[in-house]
Design a protein around this ligand. Structure first.
Ligand code: NI
Length: 198
């Protein structure tokens, strides 16, 4: 009986490959497509853009983490209803999230959800078409952000990642110092890539 319990204990001690656990740093990189959700009631229509997304998560416990999103600058074409393209804008949307990971440190698949704050700043705004040469400005934006994602373990360090983001991004647009309208960009972001766990 004693022998048997020792065997059982030994079997339980076979090293288990761990997934995310407290103290881990997760780095994810991949393609991130940002699609504004403008509708027919909006003055402006903003097109989609795909860039390199990069996220950094720190696991505070086996289930809770904080994440920072960074990316290469997104570039969008802005259309004014009835006037075609009127501007090109670039932006960076750094976002800080609190995340909850389902499962535990032994799970091969870790779905997660997150909520946080997005700060988006616009730069390199250029007037186009009827606004060619005009001074176009888009104000910085603070807003809420939400996400859902999935990490799938490949081995002890590498994993595959997919995530979907929503960001409340509203920017006041002005031309030659005159306020035109608020652009509700409120994009959905889709990121697919690889992750590495330190
Ligand atoms: Ni909004």
């Amino acid at each position: 009986m004693k022998k048997l319990s020792l065997l059982v204990a030994a079997a339980l001690m076979v090293p288990v490959a761990h997934a995310h656990q407290a103290g881990d740093i997760l780095v994810r990189g991949g393609a991130m497509a940002v699609s504004p959700t403008t509708d027919s009631g909006d003055t402006f229509n903003v097109d989609s853009n795909t860039q390199l997304g990069l996220t950094l998560s720190y696991m505070i416990t086996d289930n809770w983490a904080v994440e920072l999103l960074a990316a290469t600058p997104f570039s969008h074409s802005v259309e004014l209803k009835g006037a075609g393209e009127v501007a090109k804008v670039k932006h960076l949307p750094p976002t800080l999230m609190a995340q909850y990971y389902f499962g535990n440190a032994q799970s091969k698949v870790r779905p997660y959800v997150g909520a946080g704050i997005n700060y988006t700043f616009f730069f390199d705004e250029k007037g186009r078409g009827v606004l060619d040469g005009a001074d176009v400005k888009a104000d910085d934006s603070w807003g809420l952000a939400a996400q859902a994602g999935l990490d799938m373990r490949i081995n002890d360090n590498w994993f595959v990642n997919g995530s979907i983001w929503y960001m409340d991004i509203d920017t006041d647009v002005s031309v030659n110092g005159n306020h035109v309208d608020k652009a509700n960009i409120d994009p959905v972001g889709l990121m697919v890539g690889l992750g590495y766990r330190f």
